[in-house]
Design a protein around this ligand. Structure first.
Ligand code: ADP
Ligand code: MG
Length: 383
């Protein structure tokens, strides 16, 4: 959501203290505001505190309340728990289960890629979490390695927990399909971009998870392009490859698994139950992680070229990381890209609703970097 209004540090330091917690270091920063390490003064219980400036707009406030409601409802080993939420005149505070191991994103960057065994274990854990929340009618809609946190520092990094339910949706009996194009380019499902057949459902999470598993195994994303228009065209066409030689050592079963997830037609895309029963997860879990070979200092020119290509591909993954800026003009650009162009005289006002979105409160498009609009990744929240 909007990064326009940031909570004032002076105020939240005082308010957190008044709420009975001591403030620690920064844990992260997202579109909404800051996440800080906190410790309860009464019993030294540590937590992560997500601090969000309270929006004046009631609809935006409802989005924050929904994030809390959704997190409070869930109780799963691989989903971050929310202990409590507090509201002051200026801010909203979510006190969350602390994950001290950092973002999965940084772990992938550090390791280059995971072994099949590690990726399989992590995928199994994440798919179990998705199965659980989908069973409750909750759809995440913004799955990406920044929103998957490693439970313990220096611990098993397949023990990852899902967080950031700020774009999530809770479906009720009446709303089985969603219409608002939300998500992060690179991870967004084709049906969100195409928005045909009346909307999309929880299969969008299966697609995004497929993108993540692809990245886990090779360190670069399946869909990348010089600009968002090309990126979205590739996603809509399901145009990706298992690029040689990086994918050569990876099993056929793993590739089949990914193809089942990155299937453009959501009706033909695998269900989570099918994926949990798939041979890759059984074999990935059983296979011991092969020891990592020492890197050679000197390379032949052929090896050098390969390393260079690999570095360029990995840079595409790093590029997907979104630091968010809100640019109203960009909303029109996004709508154009996904073929939902507003009228020519449209000013991109923050109250416009396009395409009958299901979340009237979500009206911003968030762009990675204003200078890099054409080539940059953008996190899109448009209705
Ligand atoms: P946003 O909606 O702004 O993206 P997130 O909930 O994803 O907010 O939090 C932003 C970042 O803060 C995360 O990517 C992560 O680095 C850090 N963070 C969030 N929750 C926790 C937590 N429970 N434990 C540790 N770090 C966290
Ligand atoms: Mg986030």
């Amino acid at each position: 959501m909007s990064g326009k209004k940031k909570p004032s540090a002076k105020l939240f330091i005082q308010e957190i203290d008044d709420l009975g917690w001591s403030l620690g270091r920064d844990l992260g920063e997202g579109a909404f505001g800051k996440v800080k390490l906190v410790s309860r003064k009464s019993d030294s219980q540590q937590a992560a505190c997500k601090i969000m400036a309270k929006p004046k707009d009631m609809k935006k406030m409802k989005v924050i309340q929904l994030e809390y409601k959704i997190m409070k409802e869930m109780d799963h080993e691989y989903i971050v728990k929310c202990f409590e939420a507090k509201e002051t005149e200026a801010n909203v505070y979510l006190f969350l289960e602390l994950c001290s191991g950092g973002e999965l994103f940084d772990k992938i960057v550090e390791m280059g890629h995971f072994t099949e065994s590690m990726a399989g274990q992590l995928s199994y854990n994440m798919l179990s979490a998705l199965n659980y929340m989908h069973g409750l009618g909750i759809i995440h809609r913004d799955l990406k390695p920044e929103n998957m946190l490693i439970a313990n520092k220096g611990g098993d990094f397949t023990n990852v927990k899902l967080t950031d339910f700020g774009l999530s949706k809770m479906l009720d009996e009446e709303s089985k399909l969603m219409k608002t194009p939300v998500g992060t380019p690179g991870y967004v499902a084709p049906e969100v971009l195409a928005l045909k057949d009346g909307g999309y459902d929880n299969k969008v999470d299966v697609w995004s998870m497929g993108v993540i598993i692809y990245i886990l195994l090779c360190g670069f994303p399946p869909f990348y392009a010089d600009n968002d228009a090309q990126l979205f065209a590739k996603i809509k066409a399901g145009d990706f490859k298992f690029i040689a030689p990086f994918w050569d050592p990876i099993s056929k079963t793993a590739k089949e698994f990914i193809v089942k997830m990155l299937t453009v037609d959501p009706k033909k895309r695998a269900t989570i139950d099918e994926l949990l029963a798939h041979a890759w997860l059984a074999s990935a879990a059983a296979k011991a992680a092969p020891p990592k070979e020492a890197e050679h200092e000197l390379c032949t020119s052929e090896e050098y070229k390969l390393k260079e290509t690999q570095a360029k591909l990995a840079a595409q993954f790093i590029h997907l990381k979104d630091t968010v800026l809100v640019v109203n003009k960009a909303k029109n650009r996004f709508l154009n890209l996904i073929g939902k162009a507003p009228p020519a005289d449209h000013t991109g006002s923050a109250t416009t609703t396009v395409g009958g979105g299901d979340d009237p409160a979500m009206v911003e498009v968030q762009i990675n970097n204003e200078e890099k609009v054409d080539g940059g990744g953008c996190k899109c929240v448009v209705s």
